[in-house]
Ligand binder design. Structure first.
Ligand code: NAD
Ligand code: UDX
Length: 440
């Protein structure tokens, strides 16, 4: 099938590439000429395991192309995926200007039937706005052309995006007509594997499903974070509690890891947007209000522990930080807990020596040459002469370090672990003061 993907960010690039991988003819459009130039030059603008090879393979095969030419992109695909960003507005609601602009561009340039698919995470009712914007452009041109709008929210996780797209748990499709449903069924047939993964429903339910999934997961994490903080005070160990409750199949083990707060481009913004929608429709979700408050507090948990140990004035101190990205296997720094920690340390006069396997360039882009930040190439280099280590992201390479070398490098053998990577008893036996989340 001929597919156009509008917006070549994380979701657009991964979706477009995976759709090309199964044989479709895909053209990816972006307004960011720099991004498109990188892709046309054979590179990729993001760090995502497995993606670069897949892009190269499909570009070479002629199934995947990149453009900034809006008209050519609209002409190309019978299916037009909208995968542009939906960042939060000042009031927390999703900013739909990019989605609406994409819809208008389709209306301006289409010359035959199009199935327009919202893949971006958008509030309930957005499909109606897309339809109206597109229709307005057609009327401006005084042409009568058929089109459908469908919702197909994306559930991929950064760091595992290719695998998630190629082997999805489920594919949610919201449509209002059988023809559109059939087109989506055909498109996604190669991704079904051994059982039916496609779940079809009405458009509004599909739009809400995406927010429901992210808000539910964010709630689970925040519940565990608050429970961990309580366990710490009670003399209990959250890791034992996690095993104890995860073994109940109604609860399960996934997404039950306490830490120093969730970040990323989705949970924080989607929780905010759902909150906003709930308020707007007079059906407040108190649970979601609390999730947001709890996560904001949890992002300060490492800083609070450092202040409790060293006091509020951190002049002359240096802290090693392991992990800057909001989670492992990505270079994404959006809403990363590391930012709250580093900014809090800087504000109190401390210096930071940080290592992240992938996010150094992104950190430099955000903070420039910050006088209190030194980015180093390997984990051990960050520890030299540091007053303590704070672990923020659970990259695999931090799981089994050389503890005696760590002890020798640190000024004090003190670790604040925001991801519970090590066993507290072994750490104590090795001579470390080890402060984790929800553990003694
Ligand atoms: P992103 O910021 O990485 O990419 C968005 C891209 O859209 C940018 O490259 C931007 O230049 C481009 N763009 C903006 N307006 C455009 C236009 N009119 N025409 C063409 N291109 C345009 O965003 P993302 O992380 O890929 O997220 C996209 C959407 O998918 C969001 O709604 C997000 O909530 C949702 N989502 C993201 C993830 C994720 O893990 N990142 C997962 C699921 C869903
Ligand atoms: C999320 C959703 O998982 C995905 O389905 C959706 O499409 C986009 O948003 P992503 O943001 O890429 O994906 O990462 P995810 O693995 O969900 O982690 C989000 C945050 O939660 C990270 O900061 C992570 O550290 C944190 N987290 C996750 C925990 O603190 N504990 C856990 O048990 C799991």
């Amino acid at each position: 099938m001929k597919i156009t993907v509008i917006g070549t960010g994380y979701v657009g690039l991964v979706s477009g590439t995976c759709l090309a991988e199964v044989g479709n003819d895909v053209l990816c459009l972006d307004v960011d000429a720099k991004k498109i130039a990188i892709l046309q030059g054979g590179g990729i603008p993001i760090y995502e395991p497995g993606l670069e090879d897949m892009v190269k393979r499909n570009v070479t095969a002629g199934r995947l192309r990149f453009t900034t030419d809006i008209e050519a992109a609209v002409q190309h695909g019978a299916i037009q995926f909208i995968a542009v960003g939906t960042p939060p507005d000042e009031d927390g609601s999703a900013d739909l200007q990019y989605v609406v602009a994409a819809a208008r561009n389709i209306g301006k340039h289409m010359t035959d039937y199009k199935l327009v698919v919202d893949k971006s995470t958008v509030p309930v009712g957005t499909a109606d706005k897309v339809r109206a914007a597109l229709q307005e452009e057609l009327e401006r041109r005084a042409v009568k052309l058929e089109f459908s709008v469908a919702s197909n929210p994306e559930f991929l996780k950064e760091g595992a995006a290719v695998e998630d797209f190629m082997r999805p748990d489920r594919i949610v499709i919201g449509t209002d007509n059988e023809h559109a449903t059939q087109m989506m069924r055909t498109l996604y047939a190669p991704f079904q594997r051994n059982r039916e993964r496609l779940i079809t429903m009405d458009i509004r339910s599909a739009e809400l499903t995406k927010y429901a999934a992210n808000a539910m997961l964010a709630t689970r994490i925040s519940f565990m974070n608050e429970l961990a903080n309580l366990a710490e005070k009670l003399g209990a160990d959250i890791e034992n509690v996690r095993h104890g409750i995860g073994s109940d199949p109604r609860i399960g083990y996934h997404f039950l890891y306490p830490g120093c707060g969730y970040g990323g481009s989705c949970f924080p913004k989607d929780v905010q947007a759902l909150r906003r929608t709930a308020g707007e429709y007079g059906a407040p979700m108190h649970v979601i209000d609390a999730v947001e408050v709890a996560n904001d507090a949890q992002k300060h948990v490492l800083l609070d522990k450092i202040i409790a140990r060293f006091g509020n004035d951190l002049q002359g101190k240096t802290f090693a930080v392991w992990g800057l990205a909001f989670k492992p296997n990505t270079d994404d720094m959006r809403e990363a807990p590391s930012r709250v920690l580093m900014e809090g340390l800087w504000e109190r006069g401390a210096k930071v020596a940080a290592h992240d396997p992938a996010a150094a360039h992104e950190t430099r882009r955000i903070y420039g040459d910050h006088p209190q930040l030194q980015l180093v190439d390997n984990p051990m280099a960050a520890l030299q002469g540091a007053d303590a280590l704070a672990i923020v992201t659970e990259w695999k390479v931090f799981r089994s370090p050389d503890f005696s070398a760590m002890k020798a490098a640190l000024k004090t053998p003190l670790i604040f672990d925001g991801r519970n990577l090590y066993d507290p008893a072994s750490m104590r036996a090795a001579g470390f003061e080890y402060l984790a989340i929800g553990r003694q």
